[in-house]
Design a protein around this ligand. Sequence first.
Ligand code: F6P
Length: 357
Amino acid sequence: MKRIGMLTSGGDCQALNAAMRGVVKGLSENVDELEVYGFLNGYKGLIYGDYRLLTSADFSGILTKGGTILGSSRQPFKQMRVPDANGLDKVEAMKATYHKLNLDCLVILGGNGTQKTANLLREEGLNIIHLPKTIDNDIYGTDVTFGFQSAINIATDCIDCIHTTAASHNRVFIVEVMGHKVGWLTLYAGVAGGADIILLPEIPYDIEKVIAAINKRTKAGKGFTILAVAEGAISKEDAALSKKEYKEKVAKRKYPSVSYEIADRIFKETGVEVRVTVPGHTQRGGSPCPYDRVLCTRLGSAAAKAIMDENYGNMVAMVNGKIKYVPLGDVAGKLKTVDPNDQMIKEAKRIGISFGD
Ligand code: F6P
């Protein structure tokens, strides 16, 4: 008999359902009796005992379904040790729900913040398995996170569509790509979509270099330029500010995001028409791509094996193309960022892509 709990926390993405399906199918096939408690809306469900007892039928037919059948919410790690409005200790409440249901383990699907709380629960004595989810691909200790490839496809489609209209009108176009504080999604979608300029948080940009790259294209008879700009992109001047100064500056910024600020500077200095496109949450939506379906089926199946082996306290990760169990204590709280000296950046620069540095 196995009694497992499962929850999805943080921003959703494609293939959450595919991963949960992998876990439950792997267990149903190999365990005599199985009880699966699905906590609703992330850690909230665990804190307030809001759950549904699910059957294997609930996980049937969901491989291709986007979003999460359990719902999700953001529960910042920093807030976990802060009692709720009614004075409830959230960590104690989560432990109490776990013990009340007599769970063998809790399978937690989420990104960095979620992983930190998962590690906290592990330190508090719960049996935890973490599956690395996020379109941002910024989880340390795994080659890739699920959602990332699906999001690349969507952001690339967006850049592809922008290409035809940019060329027709001889305009500069900025496509703002998600990714929070890291540039993985922008880098891959930018290269895949043939962007001319790619701006990443890890490589602070010099606006004059960006403008010079646009002018160089114009001189060469190329009437349009496409920029893939990470939502977390930052100028060299801003990168030199302290965290506090930068926060204050952003709070006062008259533009909705960094892309509009860049667009304004380009227009003022070149006189060329600039348009900004923000695909936003579409990048997290829709059906998972085949790569993510395969990845999640493998991660889910490996999580089921870990549960059968009572091998807890790990993230189920992809390391050098192989599934590995990576201790949560080794990775929680670390961020995987793009290395500005990465081979891929050098190759992109070699073919003329500007990073504005
Ligand atoms: O972490 C995934 C992500 O989509 C980031 O790329 C983005 O910065 C953030 O979530 C958006 O969060 P929210 O859905 O809370 O607006």
